[in-house]
Ligand binder design. Structure first.
Ligand SMILES: C[S@@+](CC[C@H](N)C(=O)[O-])C[C@H]1O[C@@H](n2cnc3c(N)ncnc32)[C@H](O)[C@@H]1O
Length: 213
């Protein structure tokens, strides 16, 4: 059995990444020949496990993935998933005290700045966090590398989390609540940096953009 199928079999009820998304992701990672992968937002580690499985099934590559320190408290958490699948050697999870934006700063300022060829961006969809986040990711991406944006149509006003906590929404103007920040990044920030809009995958909620050479 492939590791990809093992992840599907072992964790049918673990959110978030769905099988259809994982199959599309596998197609994209293989087409790109991506080996150095970075992921923003791992939650319980389902998408990270799929990415690790795709790499393991090809016998090469590594994933660096970021979430808040509180992600350790999930049951199961990313460590449990990686242990069960024997995929731990393919993944470095980074636990961020406040935000991945600071953790990415540490990578950018490291003596040897790591370089990635594929980013799966699935964390913190507000304008400030994701907008700044993709700029930091750009600094870590090789020329010709790609960013796969999740939740292209997410908005504060549609988010169940914000609906449950109306006080949180109140700090935003109504037009910011109604905006789709990830799509704004796709339409404004990425073209500003010369990225090509390669494709949208509406059934996955994704947009794939390529950094110029
Ligand atoms: C939708 S979940 C990720 C799901 C995961 N990619 C999957 O498909 O299995 C988004 C994650 O982003 C994380 N996140 C949001 N803002 C963040 C921030 N500023 N720093 C670190 N993690 C953040 C959340 O804690 C959450 O676990």
């Amino acid at each position: 059995m492939t590791k990809f199928d093992l992840v599907t079999e072992l964790f049918p009820d673990v959110p978030y990444m769905k099988l259809g998304q994982a199959q599309k992701l596998r197609e994209l990672i293989i087409a790109e020949g991506a080996e150095d992968i970075i992921e923003v937002g791992f939650y319980q580690g389902k998408s990270s496990s799929y990415i690790a499985a795709i790499l393991e099934d090809q016998g090469k590559g590594h994933l660096s993935t970021f979430d808040k320190s509180s992600a350790q408290n999930h049951s199961p958490n990313i460590e449990n998933l990686l242990e069960k699948t024997g995929l731990g050697h393919r993944v470095t999870p980074y636990y961020c005290k406040r935000s991945y934006t600071w953790e990415l700063q540490r990578l950018i300022s490291a003596d040897e700045r790591p370089q990635f060829d594929f980013c799966y961006f699935d964390g913190g969809h507000t304008w400030d966090t994701s907008g700044f986040g993709v700029i930091l990711i750009d600094m870590l991406l090789r020329p010709g590398g790609v960013i796969l944006l999740d939740d292209m149509d997410w908005s504060i006003s549609k988010s169940p989390h914000y609906k449950k906590n109306p006080k949180l929404s109140k700090q935003y103007d109504q037009d910011e609540q109604d905006a789709a920040p990830v799509r704004l990044i796709w339409d404004t920030i990425l073209p500003h940096f010369g990225y090509e809009q390669v494709a949208e995958y509406p059934s996955e909620g994704w947009g794939l953009a390529r950094k110029p050479l």
